[in-house]
Design a binder for this molecule. Structure first.
Ligand code: NAD
Length: 326
Protein backbone atom coordinates (compact mmCIF):
# COMPACT_ATOMS: atom_id res chain seq x y z
CA UNK A 1 0.00 0.00 0.00
CA UNK A 2 1.55 3.31 -1.15
CA UNK A 3 0.82 6.49 0.74
CA UNK A 4 1.66 10.03 -0.32
CA UNK A 5 1.97 12.44 2.59
CA UNK A 6 1.86 16.08 1.52
CA UNK A 7 3.43 18.42 4.05
CA UNK A 8 5.32 15.45 5.49
CA UNK A 9 8.31 17.64 6.33
CA UNK A 10 6.13 19.74 8.63
CA UNK A 11 5.31 19.18 12.28
CA UNK A 12 2.26 16.93 12.04
CA UNK A 13 3.26 15.19 8.81
CA UNK A 14 6.62 14.17 10.27
CA UNK A 15 4.90 12.37 13.16
CA UNK A 16 2.39 10.70 10.82
CA UNK A 17 5.39 9.36 8.88
CA UNK A 18 6.76 7.77 12.06
CA UNK A 19 3.37 6.29 12.94
CA UNK A 20 3.02 4.64 9.51
CA UNK A 21 6.60 3.75 8.59
CA UNK A 22 6.54 0.12 9.80
CA UNK A 23 3.58 -0.88 7.68
CA UNK A 24 3.37 1.22 4.53
CA UNK A 25 5.38 2.49 1.60
CA UNK A 26 5.63 6.23 2.06
CA UNK A 27 6.48 9.25 -0.07
CA UNK A 28 6.59 12.85 1.13
CA UNK A 29 5.73 15.83 -1.07
CA UNK A 30 6.77 19.09 0.56
CA UNK A 31 7.94 22.46 -0.77
CA UNK A 32 10.14 22.82 2.36
CA UNK A 33 8.85 26.38 2.63
CA UNK A 34 7.82 25.61 6.20
CA UNK A 35 9.17 22.07 6.42
CA UNK A 36 12.57 20.61 7.26
CA UNK A 37 14.66 17.83 5.74
CA UNK A 38 15.52 16.53 9.22
CA UNK A 39 11.81 16.07 9.94
CA UNK A 40 11.47 13.60 7.03
CA UNK A 41 13.87 11.21 8.78
CA UNK A 42 15.34 9.63 5.64
CA UNK A 43 12.00 8.82 4.01
CA UNK A 44 11.58 9.38 0.28
CA UNK A 45 10.99 13.07 -0.35
CA UNK A 46 9.92 15.02 -3.41
CA UNK A 47 10.67 18.70 -2.93
CA UNK A 48 7.96 20.57 -4.76
CA UNK A 49 4.62 22.29 -4.70
CA UNK A 50 1.27 20.50 -4.49
CA UNK A 51 0.03 22.83 -7.24
CA UNK A 52 2.78 21.87 -9.69
CA UNK A 53 1.24 19.49 -12.21
CA UNK A 54 4.60 18.36 -13.56
CA UNK A 55 5.60 17.19 -10.11
CA UNK A 56 2.23 15.53 -9.56
CA UNK A 57 2.69 13.74 -12.86
CA UNK A 58 6.16 12.50 -11.85
CA UNK A 59 4.71 11.23 -8.57
CA UNK A 60 1.89 9.50 -10.40
CA UNK A 61 4.23 7.88 -12.91
CA UNK A 62 6.76 6.71 -10.34
CA UNK A 63 4.75 6.07 -7.17
CA UNK A 64 1.00 5.82 -7.94
CA UNK A 65 -0.31 6.47 -4.44
CA UNK A 66 -3.22 4.37 -3.17
CA UNK A 67 -3.87 6.89 -0.41
CA UNK A 68 -3.07 10.58 0.05
CA UNK A 69 -2.78 12.11 3.49
CA UNK A 70 -2.96 15.82 2.81
CA UNK A 71 -1.24 17.87 5.51
CA UNK A 72 0.35 20.59 3.33
CA UNK A 73 -1.11 24.01 4.10
CA UNK A 74 -0.36 27.41 5.51
CA UNK A 75 -1.51 27.37 9.10
CA UNK A 76 -1.26 30.77 10.76
CA UNK A 77 -4.77 32.09 11.36
CA UNK A 78 -3.82 35.71 12.22
CA UNK A 79 -1.61 35.90 9.12
CA UNK A 80 -4.53 34.69 7.00
CA UNK A 81 -6.51 37.80 8.04
CA UNK A 82 -3.77 39.98 6.55
CA UNK A 83 -3.02 37.78 3.52
CA UNK A 84 -6.24 35.99 2.62
CA UNK A 85 -5.23 35.25 -0.99
CA UNK A 86 -2.15 33.35 0.15
CA UNK A 87 -4.38 31.05 2.22
CA UNK A 88 -7.15 30.56 -0.32
CA UNK A 89 -4.63 29.88 -3.05
CA UNK A 90 -2.63 27.26 -1.13
CA UNK A 91 -5.15 25.65 1.16
CA UNK A 92 -8.07 25.67 -1.25
CA UNK A 93 -7.13 26.21 -4.89
CA UNK A 94 -3.88 24.23 -5.06
CA UNK A 95 -5.30 21.49 -2.83
CA UNK A 96 -8.31 21.22 -5.14
CA UNK A 97 -6.10 21.00 -8.23
CA UNK A 98 -4.03 18.28 -6.61
CA UNK A 99 -7.05 16.26 -5.53
CA UNK A 100 -8.67 16.55 -8.98
CA UNK A 101 -5.42 15.42 -10.60
CA UNK A 102 -5.32 12.21 -8.56
CA UNK A 103 -9.08 11.53 -8.65
CA UNK A 104 -8.89 11.64 -12.43
CA UNK A 105 -6.23 8.95 -12.10
CA UNK A 106 -8.36 6.72 -9.91
CA UNK A 107 -7.29 7.67 -6.38
CA UNK A 108 -9.46 5.75 -3.92
CA UNK A 109 -8.62 7.11 -0.45
CA UNK A 110 -8.00 10.62 0.82
CA UNK A 111 -7.34 11.80 4.36
CA UNK A 112 -7.44 15.53 4.98
CA UNK A 113 -5.88 17.49 7.87
CA UNK A 114 -8.63 19.94 8.70
CA UNK A 115 -9.07 22.08 11.76
CA UNK A 116 -11.38 23.12 14.58
CA UNK A 117 -10.98 26.64 13.16
CA UNK A 118 -13.86 25.77 10.80
CA UNK A 119 -16.32 26.09 13.69
CA UNK A 120 -15.68 29.70 14.77
CA UNK A 121 -17.07 30.80 18.11
CA UNK A 122 -18.92 27.86 19.64
CA UNK A 123 -22.70 27.98 19.78
CA UNK A 124 -22.51 25.14 22.32
CA UNK A 125 -19.81 23.10 24.01
CA UNK A 126 -18.23 20.69 23.50
CA UNK A 127 -18.20 21.13 19.71
CA UNK A 128 -19.41 18.11 17.76
CA UNK A 129 -18.97 17.51 14.05
CA UNK A 130 -22.44 18.87 13.19
CA UNK A 131 -21.77 22.19 14.88
CA UNK A 132 -22.42 25.14 12.50
CA UNK A 133 -19.48 26.16 10.32
CA UNK A 134 -18.63 29.83 10.87
CA UNK A 135 -14.85 30.33 10.73
CA UNK A 136 -13.51 33.61 12.12
CA UNK A 137 -10.62 33.86 9.69
CA UNK A 138 -9.63 33.07 6.08
CA UNK A 139 -7.49 30.16 7.33
CA UNK A 140 -10.60 28.44 8.70
CA UNK A 141 -12.60 29.24 5.56
CA UNK A 142 -9.83 28.02 3.26
CA UNK A 143 -9.82 24.68 5.09
CA UNK A 144 -13.61 24.46 5.03
CA UNK A 145 -13.90 25.34 1.33
CA UNK A 146 -11.62 22.41 0.62
CA UNK A 147 -13.69 20.15 2.91
CA UNK A 148 -16.78 21.19 0.97
CA UNK A 149 -15.03 20.48 -2.34
CA UNK A 150 -14.03 16.99 -1.14
CA UNK A 151 -17.67 16.24 -0.26
CA UNK A 152 -18.91 17.51 -3.64
CA UNK A 153 -16.25 15.60 -5.58
CA UNK A 154 -17.37 12.44 -3.78
CA UNK A 155 -20.63 12.71 -5.73
CA UNK A 156 -18.73 12.46 -8.99
CA UNK A 157 -15.67 10.30 -8.30
CA UNK A 158 -15.51 6.87 -6.77
CA UNK A 159 -13.38 7.45 -3.64
CA UNK A 160 -13.69 7.59 0.14
CA UNK A 161 -12.34 10.27 2.44
CA UNK A 162 -11.79 11.03 6.09
CA UNK A 163 -11.69 14.65 7.15
CA UNK A 164 -9.94 15.01 10.50
CA UNK A 165 -10.64 18.25 12.32
CA UNK A 166 -7.71 18.69 14.68
CA UNK A 167 -7.98 20.82 17.78
CA UNK A 168 -4.67 22.29 19.06
CA UNK A 169 -1.81 19.92 18.43
CA UNK A 170 1.16 20.17 20.77
CA UNK A 171 4.08 18.29 22.33
CA UNK A 172 7.04 16.39 20.94
CA UNK A 173 8.46 12.87 20.86
CA UNK A 174 9.16 11.20 24.22
CA UNK A 175 12.91 11.08 23.51
CA UNK A 176 12.83 14.81 22.75
CA UNK A 177 14.36 14.35 19.29
CA UNK A 178 11.44 15.41 17.11
CA UNK A 179 9.02 18.28 17.44
CA UNK A 180 7.71 21.48 15.98
CA UNK A 181 9.97 24.20 14.65
CA UNK A 182 8.91 27.55 13.28
CA UNK A 183 11.34 30.43 13.00
CA UNK A 184 8.76 32.76 14.51
CA UNK A 185 6.34 30.48 16.35
CA UNK A 186 2.79 31.67 16.92
CA UNK A 187 1.54 28.68 18.90
CA UNK A 188 1.29 29.23 22.65
CA UNK A 189 3.45 26.34 23.87
CA UNK A 190 6.32 27.02 21.44
CA UNK A 191 6.26 30.67 22.50
CA UNK A 192 6.31 29.73 26.17
CA UNK A 193 9.36 27.50 25.67
CA UNK A 194 11.17 30.14 23.62
CA UNK A 195 10.44 32.70 26.33
CA UNK A 196 11.87 30.38 28.99
CA UNK A 197 14.98 29.89 26.85
CA UNK A 198 15.49 33.64 26.48
CA UNK A 199 14.38 34.24 22.86
CA UNK A 200 11.77 36.73 24.14
CA UNK A 201 11.92 38.76 27.34
CA UNK A 202 8.26 38.05 28.11
CA UNK A 203 5.30 36.10 26.80
CA UNK A 204 2.42 38.10 25.40
CA UNK A 205 -1.00 36.69 26.25
CA UNK A 206 -3.46 37.86 23.62
CA UNK A 207 -6.56 39.00 25.50
CA UNK A 208 -7.75 38.62 29.07
CA UNK A 209 -11.28 39.81 28.42
CA UNK A 210 -12.74 36.68 26.84
CA UNK A 211 -15.94 35.30 28.40
CA UNK A 212 -14.02 32.49 30.16
CA UNK A 213 -13.27 31.74 33.83
CA UNK A 214 -9.97 33.72 33.86
CA UNK A 215 -10.56 35.88 30.76
CA UNK A 216 -8.01 34.06 28.58
CA UNK A 217 -8.86 31.84 25.62
CA UNK A 218 -9.48 28.13 26.16
CA UNK A 219 -8.18 25.39 23.86
CA UNK A 220 -8.25 21.61 23.68
CA UNK A 221 -4.60 20.46 23.34
CA UNK A 222 -3.94 17.02 21.89
CA UNK A 223 -0.49 15.44 22.12
CA UNK A 224 1.14 14.93 18.71
CA UNK A 225 1.82 11.23 19.42
CA UNK A 226 -1.88 10.52 19.97
CA UNK A 227 -2.78 12.61 16.93
CA UNK A 228 -0.30 10.73 14.72
CA UNK A 229 -1.51 7.34 15.98
CA UNK A 230 -5.06 8.44 15.16
CA UNK A 231 -4.03 8.81 11.52
CA UNK A 232 -2.93 5.21 11.45
CA UNK A 233 -6.26 4.16 12.93
CA UNK A 234 -8.18 6.44 10.55
CA UNK A 235 -6.34 4.90 7.61
CA UNK A 236 -7.13 1.37 8.76
CA UNK A 237 -10.76 2.38 9.33
CA UNK A 238 -10.99 3.84 5.85
CA UNK A 239 -9.43 0.82 4.14
CA UNK A 240 -11.60 -1.61 6.08
CA UNK A 241 -14.95 0.17 6.10
CA UNK A 242 -14.68 2.17 2.86
CA UNK A 243 -16.84 4.83 4.43
CA UNK A 244 -16.30 8.58 4.37
CA UNK A 245 -16.37 10.45 7.69
CA UNK A 246 -15.66 13.80 9.34
CA UNK A 247 -14.10 13.36 12.77
CA UNK A 248 -12.91 15.75 15.48
CA UNK A 249 -9.55 14.93 17.05
CA UNK A 250 -9.21 16.34 20.54
CA UNK A 251 -9.25 15.23 24.16
CA UNK A 252 -12.58 16.88 24.98
CA UNK A 253 -11.27 19.17 27.67
CA UNK A 254 -9.91 22.68 27.63
CA UNK A 255 -7.07 24.57 29.26
CA UNK A 256 -7.07 28.35 29.43
CA UNK A 257 -3.94 30.14 28.22
CA UNK A 258 -3.31 31.27 31.78
CA UNK A 259 -3.57 27.72 33.11
CA UNK A 260 -0.97 26.53 30.60
CA UNK A 261 1.27 29.51 31.40
CA UNK A 262 1.05 28.96 35.16
CA UNK A 263 1.70 25.23 34.84
CA UNK A 264 4.77 25.89 32.64
CA UNK A 265 5.98 28.46 35.17
CA UNK A 266 5.72 25.84 37.88
CA UNK A 267 7.07 22.68 36.22
CA UNK A 268 9.57 24.10 33.70
CA UNK A 269 11.11 27.46 34.66
CA UNK A 270 9.68 30.78 35.79
CA UNK A 271 9.20 33.38 33.04
CA UNK A 272 7.51 36.75 32.66
CA UNK A 273 4.25 37.31 30.87
CA UNK A 274 1.91 40.19 30.15
CA UNK A 275 -1.58 40.64 28.78
CA UNK A 276 -2.01 42.40 25.45
CA UNK A 277 -5.03 42.89 23.22
CA UNK A 278 -6.84 40.03 21.50
CA UNK A 279 -5.54 38.73 18.18
CA UNK A 280 -7.80 39.02 15.19
CA UNK A 281 -9.65 35.80 14.36
CA UNK A 282 -9.19 33.96 17.69
CA UNK A 283 -12.33 32.29 19.11
CA UNK A 284 -12.80 32.37 22.89
CA UNK A 285 -13.20 28.62 23.47
CA UNK A 286 -12.58 25.49 21.42
CA UNK A 287 -13.23 22.14 23.06
CA UNK A 288 -13.88 18.98 21.03
CA UNK A 289 -16.77 16.64 21.42
CA UNK A 290 -14.71 13.51 20.69
CA UNK A 291 -17.43 10.87 21.06
CA UNK A 292 -17.24 10.00 17.37
CA UNK A 293 -13.45 9.60 17.50
CA UNK A 294 -13.72 7.30 20.51
CA UNK A 295 -16.58 5.29 19.07
CA UNK A 296 -15.40 4.78 15.48
CA UNK A 297 -11.73 4.42 16.28
CA UNK A 298 -12.12 2.70 19.65
CA UNK A 299 -9.34 5.00 20.79
CA UNK A 300 -8.09 5.62 24.31
CA UNK A 301 -5.58 8.51 24.38
CA UNK A 302 -2.17 7.68 25.88
CA UNK A 303 -0.72 11.15 26.32
CA UNK A 304 -3.61 13.26 27.63
CA UNK A 305 -1.36 15.11 30.05
CA UNK A 306 -0.48 18.83 29.86
CA UNK A 307 2.69 18.32 31.93
CA UNK A 308 3.90 15.78 29.37
CA UNK A 309 3.03 18.12 26.50
CA UNK A 310 5.05 20.90 28.12
CA UNK A 311 8.01 18.73 29.15
CA UNK A 312 8.35 17.00 25.76
CA UNK A 313 8.16 20.40 24.00
CA UNK A 314 10.83 21.81 26.30
CA UNK A 315 13.19 18.84 25.87
CA UNK A 316 12.75 19.00 22.10
CA UNK A 317 13.59 22.72 21.94
CA UNK A 318 16.80 22.13 23.90
CA UNK A 319 17.75 19.20 21.64
CA UNK A 320 16.91 21.27 18.55
CA UNK A 321 19.13 24.16 19.64
CA UNK A 322 22.01 21.89 20.69
CA UNK A 323 21.88 20.12 17.33
CA UNK A 324 21.35 23.32 15.35
CA UNK A 325 18.18 22.00 13.66
CA UNK A 326 16.47 24.75 11.66
N1 NAD B 1 -0.61 22.53 14.22
C1 NAD B 1 -1.88 22.50 14.62
O1 NAD B 1 -2.18 22.68 15.80
C2 NAD B 1 -2.99 22.23 13.62
C3 NAD B 1 -4.32 22.32 14.07
C4 NAD B 1 -5.34 22.05 13.18
C5 NAD B 1 -5.06 21.69 11.87
N2 NAD B 1 -3.77 21.63 11.45
C6 NAD B 1 -3.53 21.25 10.04
O2 NAD B 1 -2.52 20.26 10.02
C7 NAD B 1 -1.74 20.38 8.84
C8 NAD B 1 -0.27 20.35 9.19
O3 NAD B 1 0.02 21.41 10.09
P1 NAD B 1 1.46 21.57 10.76
O4 NAD B 1 1.27 22.12 12.11
O5 NAD B 1 2.23 20.32 10.59
O6 NAD B 1 2.08 22.73 9.84
P2 NAD B 1 3.56 22.86 9.25
O7 NAD B 1 3.67 24.27 8.72
O8 NAD B 1 4.57 22.41 10.22
O9 NAD B 1 3.53 21.83 8.03
C9 NAD B 1 2.92 22.13 6.81
C10 NAD B 1 3.87 21.64 5.72
O10 NAD B 1 3.26 21.84 4.44
C11 NAD B 1 4.25 22.30 3.54
N3 NAD B 1 3.54 23.04 2.48
C12 NAD B 1 2.75 24.13 2.61
N4 NAD B 1 2.26 24.49 1.41
C13 NAD B 1 2.76 23.61 0.51
C14 NAD B 1 2.61 23.47 -0.90
N5 NAD B 1 1.86 24.31 -1.63
N6 NAD B 1 3.24 22.44 -1.51
C15 NAD B 1 4.02 21.58 -0.80
N7 NAD B 1 4.20 21.67 0.53
C16 NAD B 1 3.56 22.68 1.18
C17 NAD B 1 5.17 23.17 4.38
O11 NAD B 1 6.46 23.31 3.80
C18 NAD B 1 5.20 22.40 5.69
O12 NAD B 1 6.26 21.47 5.73
C19 NAD B 1 -2.22 21.65 8.14
O13 NAD B 1 -3.06 21.27 7.08
C20 NAD B 1 -3.00 22.39 9.20
O14 NAD B 1 -4.04 23.15 8.63
C21 NAD B 1 -2.73 21.90 12.28
Amino acid sequence: MRILITGGAGYIGSFILRALEDKYELLVLDSLEEGHIWAVGGHKLVVGDIGDEKILNDIYENFKPDVIIHCAAYIIAPESCKEPFKYYENNFYKSLKMLKFFLERNLKYFIFSSTAAVYGNPKYLPIDESHPIEPLNPYGWSKFFFERAIMDLKNVYDFEYIILRYFNTAGASLDGKLGQYKKEPTHLISRIIRTILGFYDRLEIYGNDYPTKDGTAIRDYIHILDLAQLHKIALEYLLENKKSEIINLGYGRGYSVLEVVELANKILKPFKYEFTKRREGDPAILIADNKKMKLLFNFVPKYDDMELILKTSYNWEIYRIENNLK
